[in-house]
Design a protein around this ligand. Structure first.
Ligand code: FES
Length: 187
């Protein structure tokens, strides 16, 4: 008679030592801490607003997408800004009045921005003229990027300062509606 195979030996159970248990508990609690922290970090690492929505970046295009020097301000309703252009460059002017937040308008016959709420007035270049507003209009940060090389050529950093215009069709202009340059105070 053929000899029957012996039954496999029962697996030996090794009890978890106190040290191993404490190590596992420590790792688990570390995981509980790190997962939310990692989640928050990822949340902040990604832009919160999509390109082309208010709070995000608007790509205007190359030099042909910009107004000409002295053109009537062109309104960007989605981005909530006016674009104006002088010999020095282009400004993206936030459409909200610096007094109490009304939306002001461009008055071509007066060649000024005038707020309908309390009458504050501002120049084409965003500077305060008169009225209760405490400062000039706020601008959004603009950048100029050579899209062939990816190089950022210029960025506006000063209140009421324009973005220079480059004589190069490879350069595109962007407005960041998430970054405001607060207008110069009247004080
Ligand atoms: S909100 Fe514009 S002048 Fe008061």
């Amino acid at each position: 008679m053929a000899k029957q195979d012996a039954a496999p030996a029962a697996q030996e159970k090794i009890p978890v030592t106190r040290r191993e248990f404490l190590n596992l508990a420590w790792l688990a609690s570390l995981g509980f801490f790190l997962i939310p922290v990692g989640g928050v970090t990822i949340l902040f690492a990604y832009p919160r607003f999509k390109e082309g929505e208010f709070g995000g970046i608007f790509r205007l295009g190359d030099v042909t997408a910009l107004p000409l020097v002295g053109d009537t301000p062109s309104e960007n309703p989605k981005g909530k800004f006016w674009l104006t252009r002088t010999e020095e460059g282009v400004r993206a002017i936030y459409k909200v009045c610096t007094h109490l937040g009304c939306l002001y308008n461009w008055q071509q016959q007066d060649y000024k921005f005038i707020c309908p709420c309390h009458g504050s007035q501002f120049t084409y270049e965003s500077m305060f003229i008169q009225g209760p507003a405490p400062r000039s209009l706020d601008l959004f940060v603009m950048t100029a990027v050579n899209e062939q090389t990816g190089e950022e050529l210029a960025r506006t950093t000063e209140p009421n300062s324009p973005m220079p215009v480059f004589d190069d069709p490879a350069v595109a202009y962007f407005v960041d509606t998430g970054e405001k340059l607060v207008g110069i105070s009247n004080a």
